[in-house]
Design a protein around this ligand. Sequence first.
Ligand code: HSE
Length: 308
Amino acid sequence: MAFSVTAKAPSSTANLGPGFDVFGLALDAFFDEITLTKKKHGIKIITSDLVPTDPKKNTAGLVALHMIKKFKIKGGIEIKIRKGVPAGFGMGSSAASAAATAVAFNHLFRLNLDANTLVECAGVGEMASAGSIHYDNVSASVLGGFVIVRTNPLDVIKIEPPSDLRLCVAVPKLDVPPKKTEVSRSVLPRKITLADSVVNLSNAAAIVAGFVQKDSNLIGTSIRDVIVEPARQHLIPGFSAVKKNALRAGALGVTISGAGPSVIAFATKKSDMQKIAKSMKRGFASARTDCTVLICKPSNGAKARRTT
Ligand code: HSE
């Protein structure tokens, strides 16, 4: 029987407000599963989910093509995809497939890659949906926990989140455009003021301090972004009502999850998560938008196991 490896990778939220393209947090809300099997030649994608099956247009396919070339692998590969992370909602769906593929590939060919190389390989998959490479979601999905991404050269720092951190994610039922991330990146300002950069930098630094000191309160109250959120919020019907409601219901901080349109509230084990969840649902309802609300925790990173 052919040798197969299956990897499971978590959803993630990127940016956490002021950390645009730099911060990521793995979430146990959803998971993608990728099974790789060695084949004589070619790349074949098998899935019953609504994703492209042309390897050059598919997140997992792009990662596999990149790794085959980079590590001079002889022969082909079959990629079985099982999506659990909803695509196009700011929950790191493409990143979860990319991370699972990189981790499964590493295991299948016994490459023994370090964290930065795995993240670099997984990042290639983001081209399929974002039109450019960004590493915040893939880093979180590969490594788990909270991550800080530095580029040129790529260097990812992981910090274990506090155990009492809780999140509430409202995923609106909206028709998202095909290249949603590309669209939501196109509305961002090319230039920002020094004053805005100071506000974001101070809050980003406080978020890092919150993770280092295991202080969920400091993390939550530092989720404040005066640059990206104001530029994108018009893309999310009801955003200000969702945010206002969640803060009133006891959330410590609320922002757009990644490139949206999901909205994420930061809280702690002591918060009334059901109350926050209901308040967010009401916020979206005020804009005639239905949503699914998930209460979740930070997750571990992608894990691979041999399946045959
Ligand atoms: N940092 C990226 C963005 C995440 O906000 O565009 C996209 O998933």
